[in-house]
Design a binder for this molecule. Sequence first.
Ligand code: KIV
Ligand code: ZN
Length: 520
Amino acid sequence: MTAPTTDSNKDRVFIFDTTLRDGEQSPGATMTLEEKLQVAEALDDMGVDIIEAGFPIASNGDFEAVVAVAKQVKRATVAGLARAITADIDRAGEAVRHAQKGRIHTFVSTSPIHLAHQMKKTEDEVIEIIARTVAQARNLIDDVEWSAMDATRTPLEFLKRCVETAIKAGATTINLPDTVGYAVPDEHEKMFRDIITQVPGADKAIFSAHCHNDLGLAVANSLAAVRGGARQVECTINGLGERAGNAALEEIVMALRTRADVMPYHTEIETTHLARASRIVSAAANFPVQYNKAIVGKNAFAHESGIHQDGMLKNAETYEIMTPASVGIKETTLVMGKHSGRAAFKDKLRELGYELGDNAFQEAFQRFKDLADRKKHVYDADIVALVDDEVGSVGDRIKLVDMQVISKTGGVHKCDLTLSIDGEETSVSFEGTGSVDAIFNAIKLAVGKQPHLVLYAIDGVTGGTDAQASAHVRLELNGRLVSGNAAEPDTLVASARAYLNAYNRLLIERGASAQGAMAG
Ligand code: KIV
Ligand code: ZN
């Protein structure tokens, strides 16, 4: 159980990461079990205090993922989410009991609009539900978090009653989410201060903020909540999450660290792990990080204008409020060439934060050799793209065996394609309105499903015409969104492989109940 705030740690802010639960609910961000375990490991190594590993009742896959994360994690508390429903709470308890430190996180809506339209319950009925379900969770485990869904649109007096009831029933953490991203910092700070100072028994619990980013205020609101007395913040790597996302972990942590002069609070996060965690989550969720994303974006430490570059050469502090090294960003270095051997490659992977199993290592090494044959300079970024691509396609049932594309100005655009589908080879041809159209349609013809292309984007991993192309594809089929990524020196091959990577994710089963059981 996370210790309640005492004098000696009253300025410590606990970091509750929900990348694997709220983050994974982001459309298209579904992760496989292996990817979830990889993310959990990165979070645990980084010093995250609580990892919300999933929503065990949502599907068998979600349950298994929470169990697997619970068994793997060494330091952090592992939380499982549950609605205020007996079966949910039992299932979450069953999943997190495998953790060294487990937590049940149960929630119920408290705002008038949710009560009237979604829950169809009165305030008194909600109070009874809170008392009963928190007590049920406390019977299963000592560490229980209770959340008031849509807290920021709940009248203060009713919210106080709810919080008092949850604490009396045994909740050790009280979370007041800004579920719809509606709050502004001043009122958010006040809500926390009012609740913490006015609710009887509030000193027995840790208060937590959980902010969504609909108005771009999630990080500002989280920091305001801390000023108002919250000592846990719920956030995700890269701000992943439904709609506009959740508060970004890396931004909260670096804001607290960089502006400790005005926000005298601290976290136990090892900030040099932030860039790596961002890369791992981006690859696992197939969710690109925007270039100008604070802290971890490609341009976060790039200085383009002459005046800025001049200042930086004289003293980096002229235009940098934190160093790239403090968040784990290393200078892009020219790394290796085609003569580099296995040992050097392994060392480089370790330096970049990767530990691959034997098979994955062999595959990655082979791809590195192929790349070094074709590309004069191989940079760190190339290796990262290559390994992420390799890890992201482990277990793919559909693989690209061979592809030939003919493209002529004003003429034909034809793709001849051979795929291996569950080990069996299929060859098809398709003529499209352009090369990419021909490739994607050839794949659909070979596989037989008809997903809708929602997004297709191409980017260079590094500069130069010989740079690897990084392709990103998002597909939708029967309301389900999936993403795929691939990096290759050839743009068309990268596009085909990204499309196939997404297609493979459509083949990963998700429990039928998962959609219906999503939380905010
Ligand atoms: O946004 C929200 O209210 C949530 C709860 C389930 C904590 O994610
Ligand atoms: Zn949420």
